[in-house]
Design a protein around this ligand. Structure first.
Ligand SMILES: [Fe+2]
Ligand SMILES: [Fe+2]
Length: 174
């Protein structure tokens, strides 16, 4: 029995630490998107509000997926503390710019974890993290596409309404 137990996947402490840091980053993203959803709601950008509510939910799912992985691998998953998030914005465009910056930051963090897994020969965690690599490609694409609309249409009230309308139909890979 002892030998069997020893055969479980072992995730190094240093990798576990990074996974917990990623849990925190995903939770922070979820909270930030919730504030963006509220701002869009207050400013009558209904579809953008729905977009960010959905993003906020997705980030929580990303967090939980990591949380369960840490626990399943015998690590200690830490419920993250969230620091203050930005809740006021100068424009709708700024909301998406900040969202893109945040996604780029998350992508870098995920890439670093994958690189660390590779160095540690932790192929199980590397494989697990590949899902996040793919997810980031999609999330960055969608926000970049929306930012392109601001470039194409400008930011007068009518354009903003058009952008809010288009946000509903941005999809990746179709
Ligand atoms: Fe995420
Ligand atoms: Fe994200």
């Amino acid at each position: 029995m002892k030998d069997l137990l020893r055969q479980r996947v072992v995730v190094q402490d240093s990798i576990m630490k990074k996974l917990n840091a990623q849990v925190k980053l995903e939770a922070q993203s979820s909270a930030a998107y919730l504030a963006m959803a509220a701002w869009c709601d207050q400013n009558s950008f209904d579809n953008c509000a729905s977009f960010f509510y959905e993003q906020s939910n997705e980030e929580r799912e990303h967090m939980l997926k990591l949380f369960h992985y840490i626990s399943d691998m015998g690590g200690i998953a830490t419920s993250p503390t969230i620091s203050e998030v930005q809740s006021d914005f100068s424009s709708l465009k700024e909301v998406f710019e900040i969202a893109l910056e945040s996604e780029i930051n998350v992508t870098e963090s995920i890439n670093q974890i994958v690189a660390d897994c590779r160095k540690a020969n932790d192929f199980a965690t590397e494989n697990f993290m590949q899902w996040y690599v793919k997810e980031q490609v999609e999330e960055e694409f969608v926000i970049r596409r929306i930012l392109e609309y601001f470039e194409m249409l400008g930011e007068d009230p009518k354009s903003l309404l058009m952008i809010d309308e288009r946000v509903k139909s941005v999809t990746y890979g179709e």
